[in-house]
Design a protein around this ligand. Sequence first.
Ligand code: BGP
Length: 460
Amino acid sequence: MYKFPDGFFWGAATSGVQSEGSTNQINQSIWNYWFEKDSKRFSEGIGPDIVCDTYNRFKEDVSLMKEINFNSFRTSIQWARLIKNFETGEVCDDAVRFYNEYIDELLKNKIEPIINLYHFDMPIELQEKFGGFESKKVIDLFVLFAQKAFELFGDRVKYWTTFNEPIVPVEGGYLYDFHYPNKKDPKLATQVAYNIILAHAKVINLYKTMNFSGKIGVILNLTPSYARSNSGDDLKAAYMADLFFNRSFLDPMLNGYFPQDLCEILKKHHLTPEINKIELEEIKKSKVDFLGVNYYVPRRVKAKEKKDEKFNNPEYYFDYYINPDGRFNPYRDNNEIYPIALYDIAKNIQENYGNIPWYLAEIGIAMDLKSEGDIKENGLIDDTFRTNLMKEHFIQLHKAIEEGSNCFGVHQWTFIDCWSWLNSFKRRYGFYRLDLETGERIKKKHGEWFAELAKNNYFN
Ligand code: BGP
């Protein structure tokens, strides 16, 4: 029997853009804009306009959460929905009503809301006028948005997070072309990364001055890096991948300072961002109360075979390889299944980051419609494949908790199959299937399994 600590959070995560739909939204995020400009890049040409239509259906959806015994749930407040005028901070009344009612509905059903402030959703106006987080001015506008959110909802929301996977807009928008503004510019990438870390720090410090009784943290996608062999070169490659993709955000956001070797590497390639002492103090001072971790796949690396001439992205220092002994999810490209990574993440937090309280803020098993199959006679979609793999991951997590890891919950990605960035609805992860024609939510077998787990706080 795998029993979890009392009060353990069981639930799911989604985000504003991916679930709400843009009904009654005055401002738009980069996603609506990019989709209008270039819909071909989005799977099956499906954009973020309707998605789960949570804006209109949140009451029904909260009752579905209740059905599978969630005691907590994460979503995000959209900057572009809440704020009418980004410079003055004037809010949109309808958005205030919507988020108030949504939060109250969760609380009425004893579901603890965890509210995130930024899930890849830069308002297009700020991207076009100022370059989004390329600009320090936008940091202050983000702090203003956060302040409004705290003032409006902070009396009831006890768990806040600043950013979800802050490295992703940096990689996608400035290195690898999978987020707007589709630039490939490592110098700008380091500036954006730094500015996001500073924005996070300022919001944390602001929250602490506002005397709320809640907690505030950040959600990072941690991807353990494993070397192909124990050779010095391969180990160095894994070290570099970890430095760029994990510690670049983990160290400043948890410990208050940047890894020295990362600073030196950036300096060597003339990539040091514009920084100043006051900002570094702000970062040093910002203490998160907890960490959220998103985990899907491990990163396998080996020593560089052919050296690039110029630093264009972190792969200057390593190559990827496919683990020959690995198990792979047939429904998602290069998706190695490696539950032990979760144990390793927990150990890393325990040993190197002061055993800070943390929760698994996203974990999910992608399937597609075909692999989930048609609805079975008892009305449930059969995704036993997902349950079996989730169990394996939870066993590793349980082991780490038994060994003292300070983990306080698990949120699965995601609640109802939701729209996902360029993938649209290609990969399904939800406890409930979303029928795109009718908007109907259809429960999957995994939802039933999870309901038992959440009710009992253990599984066998
Ligand atoms: C995480 C994001 C989520 C979601 C998830 C699944 O990185 O935080 O927003 O998109 O990944 O992503 P995908 O549907 O692209 O597989």
